[in-house]
Design a protein around this ligand. Structure first.
Ligand code: 15L
Length: 281
């Protein structure tokens, strides 16, 4: 019997991973600040894949006592919880950096041996196409406060791995959505099934120690980042966003090679008008 704690389970990636990671003999302990009523129903396409049990904990990743309690009896944590886009610094600092530190500390105190941290491509957002494919070891160039928080999360993971011996895998997720939603995602899409395979590899790889990997499908227009780190964990991507190319073209039209959205890996997150203190202005 294994028990996996998933923080941010009600969010987009949590909703994708939940049916993917369900398996006989496994309990998913789902944690989110949202009430249980907000937990989406398992999609029909995933019917038949069920965990032996699901448990629900309503708590914030910033609540140290609640996180320690949520970690009891847990074999691994998938830490997705936090703000998933740009936001004012105070919020990013409290929830993404503070919350991630709280999660690692709760894991250490309760003896959870493995944490899989949902990092992001926005850690390296300001890198440019002439540098592709970016290796896992490339210098971080975050494109937002959000990206900075993911750099901090990876650094916290390194600290907890090297100082306390936790296995920590940081997955720089490219674009994990049910389908590619725009032309950029024809290069950056991580399909739900590939996300399931990748996170399963992160949960089961033997003695990974500290790793940073990119999470992306085998997209024809990809090649922006190295797949070596993920493959070394045993992940084999099988999906390709190209299957959705005509659908995306119909919706969004063609995107020229010199479109600003393709100028940097982080796409729109690199646009000068994305000012965290004027969001929605
Ligand atoms: C992310 O890290 C975000 O959480 C998500 O909303 C997308 O913007 C994704 O990156 C992406 O770059 O497509």
């Amino acid at each position: 019997m294994s028990r996996i704690l998933i923080t941010g389970a009600v969010g987009g990636v949590g909703t994708i991973l939940r049916p993917q990671l369900a398996a006989p003999g496994r309990t998913l302990r789902l944690l989110d600040i949202a009430p249980l009523a907000d937990l989406p129903a398992i999609p029909a396409a995933a019917a038949g894949r069920t965990a032996d049990g699901e448990e629900y904990v309503q708590a914030s990743v910033t609540d140290a006592a609640a996180m320690e309690k949520a970690c009891e009896g847990v074999d691994a944590i998938i830490h997705l919880g936090g703000i998933s886009v740009e936001a004012p610094w105070e919020r990013i600092h409290e929830v993404n950096i503070g919350g991630t530190c709280t999660v690692f500390e709760a894991a250490r105190r309760t003896g959870v041996p493995r944490v899989v941290f949902a990092s992001s491509n926005h850690v390296v957002g300001f890198h440019t196409p002439d540098e592709y494919p970016l290796p896992e070891t490339v210098t971080p160039l975050p494109d937002t406060y959000y990206g900075v928080s993911k750099v901090a999360g990876e650094a916290l993971g390194a600290l907890y791995a090297h100082r306390y011996g936790l296995d920590v895998i940081c997955v720089r997720i490219m674009s994990c959505f049910p389908e590619p939603a725009n032309p950029r995602m024809l290069a950056t899409w991580l399909s739900p099934d590939d996300a399931g395979r990748l996170f399963e590899a992160c949960l089961t790889a033997e003695n990974p120690g500290y790793r940073v990997v990119y999470g992306v499908s085998d997209n024809t227009r990809g090649g922006w980042v190295s797949q070596e780190g993920a493959r070394a964990l045993g992940f084999e991507p099988r999906d390709n966003a190209e299957a959705y190319a005509s659908q995306v073209r119909e919706r969004a039209g063609e995107v020229a090679d010199d479109d600003p959205v393709l100028a940097h890996l982080g796409g729109q997150f690199c646009f000068p008008n994305l000012d965290a203190d004027r969001l929605g202005a």
